[in-house]
Design a protein around this ligand. Sequence first.
Ligand code: BES
Ligand code: ZN
Ligand code: ZN
Length: 494
Amino acid sequence: MEITVKSKSLFRGGDYGIIVFGTQDKTFLYETKDQIIKDTVNRASKKKLFSGKKNQVCVFDTASSETAQVVALCGIGTIGNNDAARNNVADAIRSLLKHGCSKVAVMIPETKDAGAFAQAVCEGILLGSYTFNKYKTVDNDDKAIKSVVLYSDKKYLADVENAANKAETITESVCLARDIVNEPGNNLVPEDVASFARKLAKDSKKLKATVYDVPAMEKMGMGGILAVGKGSVNEPRLITLAYKGRQSDKVDLALVGKGVTFDTGGISLKPDKGMEEMKGDMAGAASVLAAVHAIARLGLNINVTAVVGAVENMPGGKAYKPGDIIKTFNGKTIEVISADAEGRVTLADTVSYAFREIKADRVIDVATLTGACVVALGHVCSGSYTNNQAFMDLYKKAATDVDEKTWQMPMYEEYRDLNKSRIADVMNIGGGRDAGSITAAYFIYEFIEKRPWIHLDIAGVEMVNKTKGIYVYGGTGVPVRTFVKLSELISKTL
Ligand code: BES
Ligand code: ZN
Ligand code: ZN
């Protein structure tokens, strides 16, 4: 899809679909002299089909061969509601495609912050038209929007153009993350995650991918990743993707992602219902690799390294099992209670690697960690945890800015005690089913050091089971956009 920017004039494009925004007070933000569009808009208002209310999307055929053939009216409630615009445009673009449009014009309202609005609009267009059809050999509907023209007031043209470029870069990485979350487990094993990282590294001279195999991990003492990987013929990998965006040997931020390419539950086998969703158990890994890729392509002034322990959790003759005791990278021991609480066992190694070996100033780990998080927060937001409130506040600001919701969860000391083991330093399930997402966070807490850390439990938001707004059935690519925004915020302080 090609996105171009043009100066606003009387719109003439009979083969176009056109997207126009409305707010509740001023109703329409597109002052047109064109009678056909005016009539369509008036008809929709009179019939009370459209009032500019947030999240209203109405699509009408105009039967005009001169102006647009289809008009999509998008309600954003009030001006400045870029999140509504992002999602509405995504709905509208799919609807325009169904109406047979392959070219789309978007009228950017004349607001002070036309750049930010245009960025949200482009993100909506690019994320909303995402498809994953590579495995469809019949009924593969490959119709696509070919070109989009953003019409803007002359004085905002440069802002809008920059915004469009930025949105293209960011969403391309989000879609790469979605692609590998959507890949089935038979086509994405740990070595494929390594190849993905290597492929991303080719897009920038400032990116470097490093992959450690089993013998290398044995030397390093990565007991957690190795234990989880023992049940599978597809060997685990430790992967780093480092971006050096400023002249300093410091790593300003490490992003650690859970990379379980498929989670059967191992010897503590999961029930079969819904197990196919566990192909998405590497969504944390996908998000950190894709985020570093986007940060590099934007050339941000920051050093960021992604760390991934890629592993397949399978039952098998050599699989790790309940009762086993594992020695991790930082020397602490874990008593295994469930082979299905594997994510935290791998993160024990990767999080301590980010602190001890990479010596990152700040660490965020992101994982589809617990079903308990889905029970607590559903599919709306991630659960977040920290040892440093200022860092968390900055993260929340970034998340709010890009509309990837998160909810900070409590870390009362009492929860920590639940992970105590009688024969090892810690056990991998504490408190039975109680406070499952919190005890999992406290497990990871045992492997951090005294520097700012955030843990994100993204179980429930890594995939969607229906298409709505910017999210298309399957992987969401959350929280790539937050990581990029956060890196931008941090880079300004360096
Ligand atoms: N990958 C799962 C968590 C998960 C559940 C992710 C639903 C996405 C959607 C994780 O490895 C797991 O199995 N967790 C167990 C932990 C339990 C054994 C303490 C769970 O949540 O049931
Ligand atoms: Zn599991
Ligand atoms: Zn898992």
